[in-house]
Design a protein around this ligand. Structure first.
Ligand code: SAH
Length: 507
C-alpha cells in the first residue's frame, strides 16, 4: 500500500501522434496529474486534458541547450513524486517500446515510489494501420519483429543479428531507422535478403503530414532521400510492405493534409478543429472573436426570471443556448422555467444544444438563416398577438424581427451575448498565406470576417492560392463587402455543412 504523502508515477503511452489515439485510461490519468513530464513525440494537444494548475515540463532528449539526459529525467520523476505529487510521464507511442521505460520504472522501484504503466498504441502498429499495411497476413507473414534502427551504426557489438533478420521471413518493423536506412538495407541484402523485397517508409504516421514512400529494398534509401523523408518514420520490410494502394485509407480522406484556418472564438475553433482532424486535415486555429455573456442586464434577468409568460422562445445560436442555460443552472433552475412556451431554433446545431439542456425545439426552419427562421415560423404557426422572446446576439440583424412583426407577433428581443474582437498574432499566418501554405480560410460569422480582415489584407488572400469558405449567405455577403473572393458557401449553414462544402470542393 502506498504510504501517505507519497506521490505516484504513471508511465503513460501518448500514442503515435494523433491526439485521440491515446487510450481512455491515459486521458483520464492526464486529468488527475499534478505534474506532467512530456516527451517530444507526445502530441502537445494532449495537454488539453491537463488541469489548469498542473505543472508541465518538456524534456527533449536531443543534444544541445535545454535537453535532458535520461538520468536527469529519472531524477526529476523521483523528485516530483517524492514531494507527494501525482506525476505523469507522457511518452510517445507505447512507453515500453524503445521508450526507456525500464530505466524510469526501475528508478521508481529503487526510490520506493509506486508506479503504473499505461500502454499506448505504438508507432509501428499505428503507422501500418494508417497506411493500410497489414503487419500480419495469412498469405505472406505470420510473424512480426520490432527492431531499433539506431544502434545499427557505429556500435562495436550490435544486438541485432542481421543474419537471422535477413532470413526471418516475416514482417520487419524498424523504429528510428531513416538516418541509417542505407546501412539497414545493405546489411539485410548482404546477409541474403532479396534486393527486390518490398519496403515502405511511413513518416509522421497518423498526422495530416503523414508520408509514405514505397520501393524495393535496394532502392528504398535512395527514394527516401529523393522525397526528403524526415524522422519520425517507421520502416516496414517484407511482403506486408507490398500493400494494396486502395487500402491507404487515411491519405485518401478528402481533407487529408489540407491546412485549414478556422476563425471562430476559441471554443468554437476547438470544436471545428476536432472535426477537421477527423477528416485528415490540419486545422490552424486563429481566434478572431470572444463571446461575452450579457446575463447581468436588467432586461436579460427580467426575461429569464419569468420566461413562461412568452408563447415562443427563439434561439439563434448554440452560444446563446449555452449562455442561457449556464445562467439558469447558476440560479439552481432548469428547462422547466420555460413552462408551456414553445421553442424555436435557427438550425440543427442550435437545436442540438437545446436537446443537451432538456428541450426538444418545436420549430427548426429548413434553411438555417434568421430570415428563413422568421419567414417559416410565421408561415407555419399563427403568431398573431403572440408574445415572442428572442434570445440572441447583440449584433443580430433586424430581419427576424421584421418577419415576426409582420405576422402580428409581439417581440421582446433580448441580447444574450456580444462578440468582441480577439486580436491574435497574425504574422505567422500572413507569411503562410503568402507562401501558398494555406489551403482554406473558413468563416462562420460576419463578425469573424470583420476581425480577420481588419488584421489581414484582403488582397493578400485574393492573390494567394488559399480558398475561402463561408458558412452562409450573410457571411458571404460580409466577405464580398471586403472584396474577398468567396470560393464556396455552405448549403447547410452549420459547421458540418461548412466542412461538407470544403470536402466537396476538394474531391
Ligand atoms: N515509444 C515509441 C517509440 C519511441 S522511439 C512508440 O512506441 O512508438 C522513436 C521512434 O518511433 C521514431 O524514430 C520513429 O521510428 C517512431 N515514431 C514515433 N512516432 C512516429 C510517427 N508519428 N510516425 C512514424 N514513426 C514514428
Amino acid at each position: 500500500m502506498a504510504k501517505k504523502n507519497k506521490g505516484f508515477v504513471y508511465l503513460v503511452g501518448a500514442g503515435p501522434g494523433r491526439a485521440d489515439l491515446i487510450t481512455v485510461r491515459g486521458a483520464e490519468i492526464l486529468k488527475t496529474a499534478d505534474c506532467i513530464i512530456c516527451d517530444k513525440l507526445a502530441n502537445p494537444a494532449l495537454l488539453k486534458f491537463a488541469r489548469p494548475d498542473a505543472e508541465i515540463i518538456h524534456v527533449p532528449k536531443r543534444v544541445g541547450k535545454g535537453s535532458f539526459t535520461q538520468r536527469q529525467i529519472n531524477d526529476l520523476l523521483i523528485e516530483k513524486a517524492s514531494g507527494g505529487k501525482t506525476v505523469v510521464r507522457l511518452k510517445g507511442g507505447d512507453p515500453c517500446i524503445f521508450g526507456r521505460c525500464a530505466e524510469e520504472a526501475s528508478a521508481c522501484a529503487e526510490a520506493g515510489i509506486d508506479f503504473e504503466i499505461v500502454p499506448g498504441v505504438t508507432a509501428g502498429i499505428a503507422a501500418a494501420g494508417y497506411a493500410g499495411i497489414m503487419l500480419t497476413d495469412r498469405k505472406y507473414s505470420s510473424q512480426v519483429v520490432f527492431v531499433t534502427g539506431k544502434e545499427a551504426e557505429g556500435k562495436q557489438q550490435s544486438n541485432i543479428d542481421w543474419q537471422w533478420l535477413a532470413k526471418f521471413g516475416g514482417t520487419i518493423v524498424f523504429y528510428m531507422g531513416v538516418a541509417n536506412l542505407d546501412f539497414i538495407a545493405q546489411q539485410l541484402i548482404e546477409n541474403g535478403m532479396a534486393k527486390a523485397t518490398p519496403a515502405v517508409v511511413i513518416a509522421d504516421a497518423t498526422l495530416p503530414s503523414q508520408r509514405v514512400v514505397k520501393a524495393p529494398l535496394n532502392q528504398i534509401s535512395k527514394e527516401c532521400k529523393r522525397a526528403e523523408v524526415k524522422p519520425p518514420a517507421i520502416i516496414v520490410i517484407g511482403g506486408a510492405a507490398d500493400s494494396d494502394a486502395r487500402l491507404n485509407w487515411f491519405m485518401k480522406r478528402p481533407l487529408f493534409g489540407k491546412n485549414i484556418v478556422v476563425t471562430r472564438d476559441a471554443s468554437g475553433n476547438a470544436e471545428f478543429a476536432a472535426k477537421i482532424i477527423q477528416q485528415g486535415g490540419n486545422p490552424i486555429e486563429l481566434a478572431t472573436i470572444k463571446i461575452k455573456p450579457l446575463t447581468n442586464t436588467t432586461r436579460f434577468v427580467r426575461a429569464l426570471t419569468t420566461p413562461s409568460q412568452y408563447d415562443w422562445i427563439v434561439f439563434t445560436s448554440s452560444n446563446g443556448v449555452e449562455i442561457v442555460f449556464d445562467f439558469l443552472r447558476g440560479l439552481g433552475k432548469d428547462a422547466r422555467v420555460f413552462g408551456s412556451a414553445k421553442t424555436a431554433a435557427i438550425g440543427r446545431e442550435t437545436a442540438a444544444a437545446l436537446v443537451k439542456s432538456g428541450i426538444k425545439a418545436d420549430f427548426v426552419p429548413t434553411i438555417y438563416t434568421s430570415k428563413e427562421l422568421g419567414k417559416q415560423l410565421a408561415a407555419f404557426w399563427n403568431l398573431h398577438g403572440k408574445k415572442v422572446l428572442l434570445l440572441r446576439s447583440q449584433a443580430a440583424s433586424n430581419e427576424l424581427v421584421e418577419w415576426l412583426e409582420r405576422a402580428g407577433a409581439e417581440i421582446e428581443s433580448v441580447p444574450v451575448y456580444r462578440t468582441v474582437t480577439a486580436k491574435s498574432k497574425c504574422d505567422g499566418l500572413i507569411k503562410r498565406i503568402a507562401d501558398g501554405a494555406i489551403d482554406w480560410l473558413t468563416f462562420a460569422s460576419s463578425s469573424s470576417v470583420r476581425t480577420f480582415f481588419e488584421q489581414i489584407q484582403p488582397d493578400l488572400v485574393n492573390s494567394s492560392s488559399a480558398k475561402v469558405a463561408s458558412i452562409g449567405p450573410v457571411t458571404s455577403e460580409e466577405l464580398r463587402r471586403f472584396a474577398v473572393r468567396v470560393d464556396v458557401t455552405a448549403k447547410e449553414h452549420t459547421i458540418d455543412g461548412l466542412l461538407a462544402a470544403i470536402e466537396d470542393a476538394c474531391r
